[in-house]
Structures are given as C-alpha cells and as structure tokens.
Ligand binder design. Structure first.
Ligand code: PGA
Length: 229
C-alpha cells in the first residue's frame, strides 16, 4: 500500500534551496509513495506542478475580508494547491489557534476541495498524567460529523524537534483509538523526530499510513531514504 510522506519545511528554505532540493530529491527517490512538500506560502505557486504535490502549512478560517496577513482556502484553490496542513502544534501555539478554529479551517478547505492534513498531539504534561487519549479525543471529536476520508497526523508535541519519538506501542494505541472513533476511512501519519535511523522500525512495527517529517526533510537525500518506506 502506498504511503503518504510529508516534508514539512516550516519557515525554512528559499527559492534556490527548494529548487535544488527537488532536483536532488528526484535523483535519489524511487518509491510510489505520495510525496507532499509543505513549503512556505510564498513559494507554493512557484513549485506546484514539479510532479510533487505541494501543501500549504496553514490557511485562514475566514473566507475573505479584513484579515491582514492571512490566506484563504479559495486562494489556495485558485493556485491549484491540493493539500493544506492545519492544527500544527506550532500554529496552535504561536497563532493561538483553538480546536474550534481548526475545525473552521477544515470546513473551508473541504469546501474548496483541498485535502486537509489535520495535526493532533498532546503536550508533555498530558503524557505524564497518562491522559493522551482523552486529550486527543477532545481534539478530534468535532471531525466525527464529517463523513468522508480524513488524514490525521499524530504529532506528540514533546516529540517535535526534540530527538525523542513516541514508542511504537504508544503510536499503535493512538492509531487503534482513532480507528475506533471514526467509521469512515482515516489515514494516520506520525510526526515527531523522524529520521533515517528510526523510520523503518516505525513503519514495520506500527499501523501508520505515513509520516510527517520536519527537520530531517530539509536534507533531500535523507528525506528520499525516509520516503522510500
Ligand atoms: P520534526 O518536526 O520532524 O523536526 O520533529 C515534525 C513536525 O513538526 O512536523
């Protein structure tokens, strides 16, 4: 089964960097997986259509109007963007995004036929209190009314950029929980300190459908190995 592998560049790169990255990635990559490149908004149009899918890293929950700095789902559709990450913990934290607002973004994207990649994940204190499933339940509950396929990316906040990733058993517990919560098809990606050394084990021993890779995705050769799962 083909996997979904997302490279999340976050606020890194430049036009030159992305051009070179795509060139090197293509020389090294040989899988049939669905590769998605989440790059800063300003480069989306430039790199859409290099036979890789590009994704926006966020979208406004509003349609249009006086929302300086924001970009709407309709604008993403207008530039033929097919995917958009929403609910990344860095957006939740630095932009103060609530679960309700993330649901509004989801509805906007669906309306304009853009596939959302919905990030969820617990902070360290929730993990310490053994309440991960309860916390995730509150993050996903409003998505249950949507009847079509959803892509979730499970990214424990304590694992992002820390070098510490979730244990396989813990990931499987989250996967089982999400599959039991949703009747419709869901795709579950894992993200948080993925690298070349740990990706095979995660792939073999967990029931995930793909990966969302941050730091390690900036190296095109390394990402090509991860993407060849
Ligand atoms: P990381 O980031 O791979 O650098 O931990 C993952 C993410 O934030 O999407």
């Amino acid at each position: 089964m083909s996997k979904t592998i997302v490279a999340n560049f976050k606020m890194n790169g430049s036009s030159e960097f992305i051009k070179n990255w795509i060139f090197e990635f293509k020389q090294n990559h040989k899988s049939k997986n669905n590769i998605i490149l989440a790059i800063p908004h300003i480069y989306l149009s430039e790199f859409n259509g290099f036979d890789l899918n590009v994704a926006a890293q966020n979208v406004s929950s509003k349609k249009d109007g006086p929302y300086t700095s924001q970009i709407s789902a309709k604008m993403l559709q207008d530039t033929q963007i097919k995917y958009c990450i929403i609910g990344h913990s860095e957006s939740r934290k630095y932009l103060n995004e609530s679960n309700a607002e993330i649901m509004e973004k989801f509805n906007e994207l669906i309306q304009y036929e853009i596939t959302p990649i919905v990030c969820i994940g617990e902070p360290q204190e929730v993990r310490t209190n053994n309440d991960t499933i309860g916390y995730l339940k509150s993050q996903v509950s409003s998505f249950k009314s949507f009847r079509r396929k959803i892509i979730f990316a499970y990214e424990p906040i304590w694992a992002i950029g820390t070098g510490e990733h979730a244990e396989n058993d813990d990931i499987n517990e989250v996967v089982d929980f999400l599959r039991s919560e949703f009747d419709q098809e869901i795709e579950i990606l894992y993200g948080g300190s993925i690298n070349v050394e740990n990706c095979d084990d995660l792939h073999e021993k967990t029931d995930i459908n793909g990966l969302l890779v941050g730091g390690a995705s900036l190296n095109p050769k390394e990402f090509a190995k991860i993407a060849a799962l």
